[in-house]
Ligand binder design. Structure first.
Ligand code: GCU
Length: 137
């Protein structure tokens, strides 16, 4: 099935701002997490059926220090994601994780766990056996 993109600027943002000042993002901008523990971006990923999907997070981190986040899916903790430095705020890279999703709408929340906040978040792409014909939100 075709991967589906979920732009961070269209997600639910708590303690963060949509910005455009570093080139190379997709869509109309990216989310700059506030530099605090607990800032988050929550995407709603629609799955046509329950099953495993690969989540690909596109991000930039112009520092040399990791910007880890905790991942939760529908309110349940689902591990952590590491977002190491990419070399520049205009250099965008991806981090992937396979997760189990339920049929229908899934709340995918990435929450900063350090005082530096999360990375600059461009988009989430979901792909897998169970995203076939899933509607775009
Ligand atoms: C800089 C950069 C921002 C980034 C921030 C940070 O201000 O321009 O895009 O989000 O650093 O450290 O989080």
């Amino acid at each position: 099935a075709a991967p589906t993109d979920y732009e961070s600027e269209a997600a639910t943002i708590s303690q963060g701002a949509v910005e455009k000042n570093h080139a190379g993002y997709s869509g109309t901008g990216f989310v700059n997490f506030d530099n605090v523990v607990g800032s988050y971006v929550e995407y709603t990923v629609n799955a046509a059926q329950a099953g495993t999907q690969t989540l690909t997070f596109r991000y930039a981190n112009g520092t040399t220090v990791d910007r880890p986040v905790s991942l939760s899916i529908n309110g349940t903790a689902a591990g952590t994601l590491s977002f190491p430095g990419t070399g520049a705020w205009t250099t965008w890279k991806t981090v992937t994780k396979d997760v189990a999703l339920a049929a229908g709408a899934n709340k995918i929340r990435t929450t900063a766990t350090t005082a530096e906040g999360g990375p600059n978040a461009d988009k989430l792409t979901a792909s897998g056996v169970s995203d076939a014909e899933a509607p775009t939100p």
